[in-house]
Design a protein around this ligand. Structure first.
Ligand code: UTP
Length: 288
């Protein structure tokens, strides 16, 4: 049961980033100098994923071009001896044929976006990565999860504790700890009000799913926000299969909102000595 395929739902409207996302896909917003989606694709490839499946929508062509060869730019960089830049743009392009694009023709929700990949995924377990959840860690979160999946062989979601008053922004789980970092779920709820939340353990954008999820998603039941939610489908899946929560190691940045995105930029920039030298004195100056 090797995980060979990863689905990247990138068909959302990114309304929290308007006007920046009017013509630019949210997933193309850069953290320092790399688009969010590139961090996610690199994470998947590092974890041994062999096939990248993008679920795109209208206005996402910049994303497709990003992962394609750019003959003109490559030739210019080569002729100017800009080897470093040449390497930066060529090394990010996966081998041709590794990326498959399918389309969600209406943004009906994350669950619906995942369902759009059903024929490409077929009858095997697969990963889902949401590019706007960026995690800074020694070992990429998907690698951490796949290692556990090889033994547990069931669906799995990455989870972390959030402030109890923020449960209505997340899918929330409850369950019991069965081993270090791993929780066996007994419930999943999408965006519960704090008073009704079964815990403050929130689902973060990394999933490993078994293919049985597709027939549940195919029923197209709408949930919170009138969207087809993956959390609701997993809650039904839980009636027939175990599902595990994985407390990942690393710091997560919610790049789907403006504050989280700025924090990610600062954190990742501070890892780059050439930027840190200028950024740190500036931060000290404005903090006062
Ligand atoms: P979000 O809800 O964070 O993204 O979905 P959004 O809807 O684009 O953003 P806002 O809330 O309007 O600012 C998480 C991920 O799921 C994808 C998004 O592209 C994002 O990567 N998604 C969401 C889809 O592909 N299709 C959908 O119908 C909804």
């Amino acid at each position: 049961m090797k995980i060979k395929k990863a689905v990247f739902p990138v068909a959302g409207l990114g309304t929290r980033f308007l006007p920046a996302t009017k013509a630019l896909p949210k997933e193309m917003l850069p953290v320092v100098d790399k688009p969010l989606i590139q961090y996610a694709v690199e994470e998947a490839l590092n974890a041994g994923i062999e096939q990248i499946i993008f679920v795109t929508g209208r206005g996402k062509t910049a994303l497709e071009d990003h992962f394609d060869k750019s003959f003109e730019l490559e030739n210019i960089l080569l002729s100017k001896n800009k080897d470093h830049d040449f390497k930066a743009i060529t090394s990010l392009v996966p081998e041709t044929g590794t990326i498959i694009y399918t389309r969600q023709n209406e943004p009906l929700g994350l669950g619906h976006a995942i369902w759009c990949a059903r024929d490409v995924v077929g009858d095997e377990p697969f990963a889902v990565l949401l590019a706007d959840d960026l995690v800074k860690s020694d070992r990429p979160v998907l690698s951490q999860m796949i290692q556990r999946f090889c033994r547990l062989r069931a669906s799995m979601v990455a989870v972390m504790e959030v402030a109890p008053e923020e449960t209505d922004k997340y899918g929330i789980i409850s369950g019991k700890d069965i081993e270090d970092h791993v929780i066996q779920l007994d419930a999943l709820v999408e965006k519960p009000k704090p008073a009704e939340a079964p815990s403050n353990l929130a689902i973060i954008g990394r999933y490993i799913l078994t293919p049985e999820i597709f027939s549940i998603l195919g029923e197209k039941k709408k949930g919170a926000g009138n969207e087809i939610q993956i959390t609701d489908a997993m809650s039904i899946l839980l009636q027939s299969q175990p599902i595990f929560g994985y407390r990942f190691e690393g710091r997560r940045f919610d790049c789907g909102n403006k504050a989280g995105f700025q924090m990610a930029n600062v954190a990742f920039a501070m890892d780059r000595p050439e930027i840190k030298d200028k950024l740190l004195p500036f931060l000290k100056e404005i903090i006062g």
